[in-house]
Design a protein around this ligand. Structure first.
Ligand code: ES4
Ligand code: ZN
Length: 337
């Protein structure tokens, strides 16, 4: 796009990338081999025949839940601390090349723990990748622990207890809590107690809502104390709630190309960036699951520009709101503004 160089150079903050969503088909097969993890039977799932067939399959997700099957299958090759570090480091290098100065990334400890990986292995591995990015790239990072709604609350309680016992919030190892995975089905308030306990400790909260769910999923999350909404595109279906989100300065972390690929919207034109700009709703633009979507943050910025033709002034508003909505101290914000 004509603004590519400008968008590349714009100091960006990423708030919505799943580290497990950074596992490329290449790295999937590499780690499966390195760790002796059996691949899914290609008879039952021909997508796993090769890197090429898997890449092709990733272009044809039919829904959020269809994607999630591949996303959780991918994670099975992550076994050792080094695998988690490699995955995070690979992502941060790419984000740095895309002009990201600050990155807040999700990880799903419940899912790894369920298949026998200790909490410490997961967090130590990812946090080593974060520290390397800070040291070698000057990128600031934040790890956000993500609960997954397809598993029972008792599973979330287990990782929450480990996180509290390890004092990882106080130590600045894990900076916030979120939740993701399937949206429609589980109770909207399933993390009421956990979110209340975390809020009491001053832990920042977010939730994946309004990606496919109606605005009542968004208001339910706000009631649980979130400061941020991941996706939230369905907010446009409730103008009153949209005014409230604007008034309260809640940040939406939009993932435009993910929304198109998972068929949450028919095309980029339906990601309501202009409606949000006009309503004064703050948002950032993010990659979500870049290795599955086949697009990183700069691809998302450029695709939004192609579809919506924003002005330089509008891009500056987006970049500034991304800094202000980051979970970092005022001195780091001042450096980024
Ligand atoms: C996700 Cl796009 C999306 N939605 C919900 N949960 C997720 N986990 C990873 N990506
Ligand atoms: Zn997500």
């Amino acid at each position: 796009s004509p603004l590519h160089d400008f968008l590349q150079g714009l100091p960006k903050c990423e708030h919505h990338a799943h580290l497990e969503g950074c596992l490329s088909p290449e790295l999937f097969f590499q780690l499966a081999e390195r760790n002796g993890v059996p691949l899914p039977d290609p008879e039952a799932n021909p997508a796993y025949a090769s890197v090429a067939t898997l890449k092709e399959r990733y272009k044809n997700f039919t829904s959020l839940d269809d994607f999630l099957v591949f996303f959780f299958q991918g994670m099975t090759v992550l076994q050792h601390e080094q695998d988690f570090t490699d995955l995070a480091w690979t992502y941060f290098q790419r984000a740095h090349r895309d002009g990201v100065h600050h990155a807040e990334v999700f990880f799903d400890p419940e899912v790894h723990r369920e298949r026998g990986i200790p909490y410490e292995t997961i967090v130590d591995g990812f946090s080593k990748g974060c520290r390397r990015a800070e040291r070698e790239l000057g990128l600031t990072t934040r790890l956000i622990m993500c609960f997954v709604r397809h598993l029972p609350v008792s599973s979330a309680e287990k990782v929450y207890d480990e996180f509290i016992s390890a004092r990882h919030f106080e130590a600045g190892v894990v900076h916030g809590l979120g939740c993701s995975s399937t949206e429609i089905g589980p109770p909207k308030d399933m993390y009421r107690e956990l979110y209340a306990a975390a809020a009491e400790r001053g832990i920042p909260l977010t939730a994946h809502v309004g990606e496919v769910g109606d605005p009542t999923y968004i208001s339910a999350a706000l009631e649980l104390g979130v400061q941020r909404i991941d996706h939230g595109i369905r907010l446009v279906d409730d103008p009153e709630l949209m005014r409230r989100v604007a008034r309260e300065g809640i940040l939406l972390t939009l993932c435009p190309l993910s929304n198109v690929l998972l068929r949450c919207v028919p095309s980029l034109e339906h990601v309501p960036v202009r409606r949000f700009l006009e309503a004064g709703v703050k948002f950032s633009i993010n990659s979500d699951d870049p290795a599955y979507v086949g697009a990183y943050i700069l691809d998302n910025y450029c695709a939004v520009q192609e579809a919506h033709r924003l002005s330089v002034a509008e891009w500056c508003v987006i970049a500034e709101n991304s800094v202000r909505g980051s979970w970092i101290g005022d001195s780091r914000k001042a450096e980024l503004l």
